[in-house]
Design a protein around this ligand. Sequence first.
Ligand code: FMN
Length: 261
Amino acid sequence: MEHSARHTMIFTALLCVVFSVLVSSVAVGLKDRQDENVRLDRIKNVLGVAGLKSTDEDLSAEEMLARFESGLEARVVDLATGEYVEGVDALSFDQRKAAKDSETSEAVPANAAKVRRVPHQVVIYLIKAGDETSGVVIPIEGYGLWSTLYGYLALETDGRTVKGITYYSHGETPGLGGEVDNDRWKALWPGRLAFDDKGKPALRVKKGQAGPAETDPYQVDGLSGATITSRGVSNMLAFWLGRDGFATYIQKFKQQQGGQG
Ligand SMILES: Cc1cc2nc3c(=O)[nH]c(=O)nc-3n(C[C@H](O)[C@H](O)[C@H](O)COP(=O)(O)O)c2cc1C
């Protein structure tokens, strides 16, 4: 009896070791594929928010990359000065990692979006139509109810009119806060205005229904049953369109576009 109990324990222990090794090697083996899928999903979101991919288009990885290369130019921006940074590869620059490192980021005053640090350098995407720039995509992030939401906001060349919004990563509840992913909700954004006449960030998600962009340009419908996530979206817009975010860059972007005619 004692003998068989020992055998059972040895067998169980061996089984555990064998399966742990198996599971971890599969996980390690799939890591590259997972990373690639995350990258492609990010590219898909940038294309969508830039208006370079419609929601019903199902593109292969190659098609997405080709469209990304022809329609977008990734640039690194110094957040404090709003100037483009030369000599840093925008495609491999990891902004989220930079935001965590005290050498490459800055603490910001307490804010409703719960952004604690901003990276010195950020990646934006210029939307290209041939040689002309037709807009810009800026990264946004901030706290909702359960999670930090990561996404992009695209603006026209006036630096004010919204082209689109998208989230590529969040942990909000599907059907509630998770409706930030809903195409019908995202379709309410184009044509709204990010800043008021005085240049102050003004765009927000209201509780309830907003009017059309022409008559109610600063508000978007709230997500029903998800007031906290909706407020999170408003908070992160206020932060990233503000002085600690992209205000300086957007001002310069707008002037450059004006200069281009
Ligand atoms: C299981 C569960 C998940 C929820 N998930 C979310 C969420 O993702 N985002 C959110 O804003 N509210 C969520 N809520 C609801 C909030 O607790 C809160 O009631 C809601 O934001 C209020 O919105 P309303 O005023 O539109 O009803 C969740 C509630 C429950 C019980």
